[in-house]
Design a protein around this ligand. Structure first.
Ligand code: NDP
Ligand code: GDP
Length: 322
């Protein structure tokens, strides 16, 4: 039985990856940080089948301890301060978690067992102000937020430990991926949640920033398979994971309202709200995942329309019962 340790198991991707690895018959361990109230909602349904270990990306010895206890064949580093907007308010903390956290885990692997395979959750935010379209593995980085900068550090550190110590370390450059488990502050879930509530008469307006930015949005459930595929190749490598299609925030809003049968959505939506504008915006992301398709045999299965419908439907169901 293979063993995997997932950091960030309480997050969106961590929960889908844990489900995926359980289906592959892995023994799954998850790193969780201590909180005053338990926040395990996303993994509540599988909690009996996995083992949680306490630790924090800020605390070197807790990471080493988690690796010693779990004896993993594979470590998936999904933990991070993952919200771009917060990274301007908390740039130092973002650097500590999202950048230096990668060094702490890789150091623990190097010292304790360099045979452990390592996956780093890199991001299309590294492309930021894009220098070519579509973006691929070789596209130059131009991050536009402290989050994007921290992810560039994590990406290069992963490559560096591969080159320096021969660790099987892969960086997955994932474009935005969403699901009904996406955090409520991200634009997709904020929209699906608000639209469900508006249609049920529980909310009057939806305040957003700019509706113009375009993202290559996929379904998180599809993307976790790519993480596993990367660690199960003969050679470690880096891969862009994306759908190859992009859509504007406006299109997401439009389709979400359409899903609940509301046509004149403009009267419910406040745009360019100052609280949701960013000091530097990433206007246009679209990924070219032909390398992943060729080498991993991976491609996205869920369409943009299916994703929007899935998210609105899930929020409608949970909001009806509240
Ligand atoms: P989430 O924000 O849903 O989950 C983040 C996880 O990290 C949570 O489990 C959180 O724990 C944990 N975490 C945060 N800080 C620490 C810390 N100091 N020590 C230990 N654990 C910590 O993110 P996603 O699941 O969406 O994303 C997974 C990874 O992929 C992240 O690294 C993200 O930056 C990256 N990524 C995501 C993309 C996306 O579109 N979703 C795109 C590209 C990259 P807690 O529950 O306690 O807060
Ligand atoms: P990101 O791509 O990781 O920053 O994911 P987000 O879901 O946070 O944001 C996607 C895009 O939606 C960005 O270009 C944001 O500026 C834009 N956006 C517009 N209004 C909002 C909003 O109210 N909240 C968030 N989170 N993003 C918004």
């Amino acid at each position: 039985m293979k063993r995997a340790l997932i950091t960030g198991i309480t997050g969106q991707d961590g929960s889908y990856l844990a489900e995926f690895l359980l289906k592959k018959d892995y023994k799954v361990f998850g790193l969780t940080r201590r909180t005053s109230t338990v926040n395990n909602e996303r993994i509540a349904h599988i909690q009996e089948k996995i083992e949680l270990l306490q630790g924090d990306l800020l605390d070197q010895s807790s990471l080493s301890e988690a690796i010693l206890k779990s004896e993993p064949d594979e470590v998936y580093n999904l933990a991070a301060q993952s919200f771009v907007k917060t990274s301007w308010n908390q740039p130092v903390l973002t650097g500590e978690f999202t950048a230096l956290g990668v060094t702490r885990i890789l150091e623990a692997i190097r010292v304790l067992n360099p045979k452990i395979k390592f996956y780093q959750a890199s991001s299309s935010e590294m492309f930021g102000k894009v220098t070519e379209t579509p973006q691929k593995e070789t596209t130059r980085f131009h991050p536009r937020s402290p989050y994007g900068v921290a992810k560039v550090y994590g990406h290069y550190l992963t490559l560096n430990y591969r080159e320096s110590y021969d660790i099987f370390a892969c960086s997955g450059i994932l474009f935005n991926h969403e699901s009904p488990r996406r955090g409520l502050e991200f634009v997709t879930r904020k929209i699906s949640h608000a639209v469900a509530r508006i249609s049920l008469g529980k909310q009057k307006t939806l305040e957003l920033g700019s509706l113009d930015p375009k993202r290559d949005w996929g379904f998180a459930g599809d993307y976790v398979e790519a993480m596993w595929l990367m660690l199960n190749q003969n050679e470690p490598d880096d891969f862009v994971i994306a759908t190859g299609e992009n859509h504007s925030v406006r299109e997401f809003v439009n389709l979400s309202f359409e899903a609940v049968g509301i046509k004149n959505w403009e009267k419910y939506v406040v745009t360019d709200h100052p609280d949701h504008m960013r000091p530097a915006e990433v206007d246009y992301l679209i990924g070219d995942c032909s390398k992943a398709k060729k080498k991993l045999g991976w491609e996205a299965k869920t369409s943009f329309k299916e994703l929007v419908k899935m998210m609105v439907k899930a929020d409608l169901e949970s909001e009806k019962d509240r």
